[in-house]
Ligand binder design. Structure first.
Ligand SMILES: Nc1ncnc2c1ncn2[C@@H]1O[C@H](COP(=O)(O)OP(=O)(O)O)[C@@H](O)[C@H]1O
Ligand SMILES: [Mg+2]
Length: 227
């Protein structure tokens, strides 16, 4: 379970102080599928990064299964980011010099898995996203939708309990975007992975069981359609 208590994240730009998040309270249960929706600049990415341990709040507490994220030492925080959470980004963030297979193997190197196991696992993950026939392609030899599938495979490599996808369909047309949503939804449904989709698109958000709306760094909740 993910619990955010009074999370505030402040940025200082010269004399100006920006509250990217302003006393955000939020609970996401294991296996839930939530969409975090809001306009550009509302604080979505800041929230995603704080939940995923990529950024820390100026004040407030992030509890993961009851344990404070800020209490974790560097090693345990890395373990959290690498093993418990899988990230999917709008711009894919793949290594351009590496093949799809190598990109998916990277987090497994960090996790110190042996070479053989690594390859087996990466092939399994790429197959799960329908890319078994594109494993030796580099990102620039793949379409946008295929690149995003590689990044989902990479997120899956360490068997995460949580997937955080920040505008995963933002660089794709609506058909390809929906294919990506269908893959992510299946992971939530079939494997019970907690799915957090960040989006400004209500057609994406309404597919979640719960929509969390954010505006000017503050949250208002309402029920989703649950399609
Ligand atoms: N590194 C930063 N330095 C200063 N301001 C930032 C930084 N990152 C984000 N912000 C500001 O915080 C607010 C929220 O940003 P962000 O979380 O990226 O919003 P969203 O993802 O919803 O577009 C915006 O006003 C943005 O300009
Ligand atoms: Mg953003």
């Amino acid at each position: 379970m993910i619990q955010l208590e009074d999370i505030t994240r402040t940025y200082k730009l010269g004399d100006e102080i920006i509250n990217a998040l302003d006393k955000v309270n939020l609970t996401i249960k294991d296996g839930e599928f939530v969409a975090i929706m809001g306009p550009s600049g509302s604080g979505k990415t800041t929230l995603a990064n704080i939940i995923g341990g990529l950024d820390s709040p100026t004040s407030g507490t992030v509890l993961i299964d009851g344990e404070g994220l800020s209490q974790k030492n560097d090693k345990n925080l890395s373990l959290y980011r690498n093993k418990k959470v899988g990230f999917v980004f709008q711009t894919f963030n793949l290594q351009s010099g590496f093949t799809a297979l190598e990109n998916v193997m990277l987090p497994l190197i960090l996790a110190k898995m042996s070479g053989r196991e690594r390859k087996k696992k990466a092939i399994e993950c790429l197959t799960a996203v329908g890319l078994a026939d594109r494993m030796n392609h580099k990102p620039n030899q793949l379409s946008g939708g295929q690149r995003q599938r590689v990044s989902i495979a990479r997120a899956l490599a360490n068997d995460p309990e949580i997937i955080i996808a920040d505008e995963p369909t933002g660089n794709l047309d609506s058909k390809k975007g929906q294919e990506i949503m269908d893959i992510l939804k299946a992971l939530n449904r079939n494997q019970g992975i907690t799915l957090i989709i960040i989006t400004h698109d209500s057609n994406i958000a309404k597919q979640a069981k719960k929509i969390i709306e954010i505006q000017d760094g503050r949250i208002k909740e309402r029920a989703g359609a649950g399609a």
